[in-house]
Ligand binder design. Structure first.
Ligand code: ZN
Ligand code: CA
Length: 412
């Protein structure tokens, strides 16, 4: 474990297409190099093999996994901040929980964008998440721990982040809570990972959970933007591997151990057009959460990934299944009656401002003066967001969000 950070950086330098690296930096999770470290550690490798065999057996039985009551995993979010702006608000944390809930229940607004070829394989993990309303000592809480630190780049400092006495924040009992840490990922040489997770066979109890760099946590301004890095990392936490397999250098001879994800030579990034081919011409399922594409371009788990995650929960994280920890109730939406549109009159695009800080999925509808819907789309609602007005006939319209309506004039 001592050499892990070194391995992460070395691994990433080694791993990334150089031409792309300096232009784009990241979006890279720290689990590939960790996988390499596992491969060279006989103890971890042996553990992994035993656990994978048990998981495979459980997946064969299947009934043990599918016949269970709805799962709601209690979450604690550790915000470890140095500068005040790193101490993010509750709305951003809620936006992260919301994203996990959408994607882990196949309720995501973009699931219909999965290409027809892969639609039959779309799985629904059926796992929900909530902020824990009770801490390990039984006291009421909002499920958010805020810790000020003097450490810069705390998210990447694994020997600090997980320890309250070294500028981080101690895990809550990992058998009963999913711990999510977020913090700044500044590194002096400008190279860092976006996040990482510990799979059941690599973790030590005090490091059980996932870590998301602040820039990529919840709704955010990065290219990832939608909070799906956490979806990817929870995938690792529940036993999933990268969809292309993690051999380095990449080959077609490795895979992710999942039969309904096609073999893939290497990862995809940015937002590729469909289809992308590799490995004897197979079509890459790059829109899978376990690839490396932008958030807006990923939208599915497969059925077998879903089975595996549920098997891992049942076998290795059973305390999360049989929890009695209550959930914090999500605060009421506050934005519906308080948004403004500008410019108005508008031409090609409008911008929306909300009186309250929001960052959550919502539907925007535009009606013409006859009351007919001419535009209807899901967005992540946030201050200053842009909405393009494509092909609208000049005239008067009504813009609706939630229960609230605004008149909008469109100019030629
Ligand atoms: Zn990953
Ligand atoms: Ca596969």
């Amino acid at each position: 474990m001592k050499n892990l950070i070194f391995l992460v950086f070395r691994g990433i330098l080694f791993f990334m297409p150089v031409s792309n690296f300096f232009a784009q930096a990241i979006p890279h999770c720290g689990n590939s190099p960790e996988w390499e470290a596992e491969l060279s550690d006989p103890v971890q490798q042996a553990r992994r093999q035993v656990m994978e065999a048990a998981i495979a057996e459980a997946m064969q039985r299947d009934d043990a996994i599918t016949s269970r009551s709805p799962i709601v995993i209690p979450v604690v979010v550790h915000v470890v901040w140095r500068d005040p702006e790193e101490n993010i608000d509750d709305a951003r944390i809620w936006s992260q929980i919301e994203r996990l809930n959408l994607d882990f229940n196949a309720e995501n607004e973009d699931i219909d964008q999965v290409p027809d070829e892969f639609k039959p394989f779309v799985g629904n993990p059926g796992i929900r998440f909530c902020l824990a309303a009770e801490d390990p000592a039984g006291n009421p809480t909002n499920g958010i721990v805020r810790v000020q630190t003097t450490e810069r780049g705390i998210a990447m400092k694994r020997d600090n982040l997980f320890y309250s006495d070294r500028g981080g924040s101690n895990a809550w009992d990992p058998t009963r809570y999913l711990n999510i840490w977020t913090g700044d990922n500044f590194t002096p040489n400008g190279i860092s990972v976006t996040g990482y997770a510990y799979s059941p066979w690599t973790e030590t109890p005090e490091r059980s959970g996932i870590v998301i760099s602040l820039d990529f946590f919840g709704i955010n301004d990065s290219r990832l933007g939608m909070g799906r890095l956490a979806v990817h990392e929870v995938g690792h936490y529940l036993g999933l591997r990268h969809i292309w397999g993690d051999n380095s250098p990449p080959t077609c001879n490795d895979d992710d151990g999942i039969s309904d994800t096609p073999n893939q030579f290497f990862y995809n990034f940015n937002c590729p057009s469909y289809p992308q081919h590799s490995c004897d011409g197979t079509s890459n399922m790059f829109m899978n959460y376990m690839d490396y594409v932008y958030d807006r371009c990923m939208m599915m788990f497969t059925k077998e990934q879903t089975q595996l995650m549920n098997a891992v929960l049942a076998l290795y994280r059973p305390g999360l299944l049989n929890t009695t920890i209550p959930c914090v109730q999500k605060p009421e939406r506050v934005f519906a009656d308080a948004f403004t549109v500008y410019p108005n009159p508008a031409r090609r695009a409008i911008y929306l401002n909300f009186a309250e800080q929001v960052a959550e999925p919502g539907e925007i509808l535009l009606y013409n003066i006859n009351g007919r819907v001419v535009f209807r789309e899901f967005f992540i609602l946030r201050n200053g967001m842009e909405v393009m007005l494509h092909d609208l006939i000049p005239g008067m319209y009504f813009l609706r969000i939630g229960e609230s309506m605004r008149k909008l004039i469109v100019h030629p």
